[in-house]
Design a protein around this ligand. Structure first.
Ligand code: PXP
Length: 236
């Protein structure tokens, strides 16, 4: 049975859009926890466009399920993570102008730059995961860096259609199979919704799904609790 990590970033996006204090992403996280979420995921972006620094300790204190903090591989973020000590950290690429996280962390190109921060974070008790494209070279380089947990970026699969989508799904399945056979923990995320996830869940090597935008969007129409429960029933 796979785990569902509910990403609460876009609850905070709604709050930040007006600069008010509602909706509170921590309340959403607690409700998601009560509705069967196995983990809460959030991304502290360098520009703080949704989750704020002050949300993190409140979230940490409110949860009984694990917290997965997504962040850029910078000294600033590493210091925040080492102080907070969430259950898991997922290193993601970040460019300020992008709408969302476009593409995985390119560990092949940036291996030298990433190595020191990864080495530092691996010395802690936190699980360290890398958000990479489903690519065998990226997996091999992650292993060289000492990584044992990966999250594959599903955005290319989600944005494609027809035969391109079928080939992206095949690429994802192969990456999941290979990583699992190497003894790695396999998570996936980005762009997954209530429809496109149906072709992904047969990939039995996937242990965890991190999903945010589609749950928040569905919640606008059907309510947060139902939106979380419906997604949970699809990944279970
Ligand atoms: N996983 C990672 C590593 C991400 O960066 C994101 C987007 O912040 C997600 C999962 C969730 O993506 P979405 O909001 O499209 O479901």
């Amino acid at each position: 049975m796979a785990l569902l990590g509910v990403n609460i970033d876009h609850v905070a996006t709604l709050r930040q859009a007006r600069g008010v204090d509602y909706p509170d992403p921590i309340i959403a996280a607690k409700m998601a926890q009560d509705c069967g979420a196995d983990q809460i995921t959030c991304h502290l972006r360098e520009d703080r466009r949704h989750i704020q620094d002050s949300d993190l300790p409140r979230l940490q204190a409110a949860l009984t399920i694990p917290m997965n903090l997504e962040m850029a591989a910078t000294d600033e973020m590493a210091a925040i993570a080492m102080k907070l000590k969430p259950h898991k950290i997922t290193l993601v690429p970040e460019r300020r102008e992008e709408l969302t996280t476009e593409g995985g962390l390119d560990v092949v190109t940036h291996q030298k730059v990433l190595a020191p921060v990864i080495a530092r974070l691996l010395q802690t008790d936190m699980i360290l995961s890398l958000f990479i494209d489903p690519d065998l070279k990226q997996i091999a380089t992650s292993q060289e860096l000492g990584i044992q947990a990966l999250e594959f970026h599903t955005g290319t699969y989600c944005n494609a259609s027809g035969s391109k989508q079928a080939s992206e799904l095949k690429r994802l399945a192969e990456a999941c199979r290979h990583a699992k056979s190497e003894g790695m923990f396999v998570a996936v995320g980005h762009g997954l919704n209530y429809q496109n996830i149906l072709a992904v869940t047969p990939i039995s090597e996937i242990a965890e799904y991190n999903i945010g935008h589609s749950i928040v969007a569905h919640a606008v129409l059907v309510g947060w609790e139902r939106a979380v429960r419906e997604m949970k029933s699809l990944v279970a």
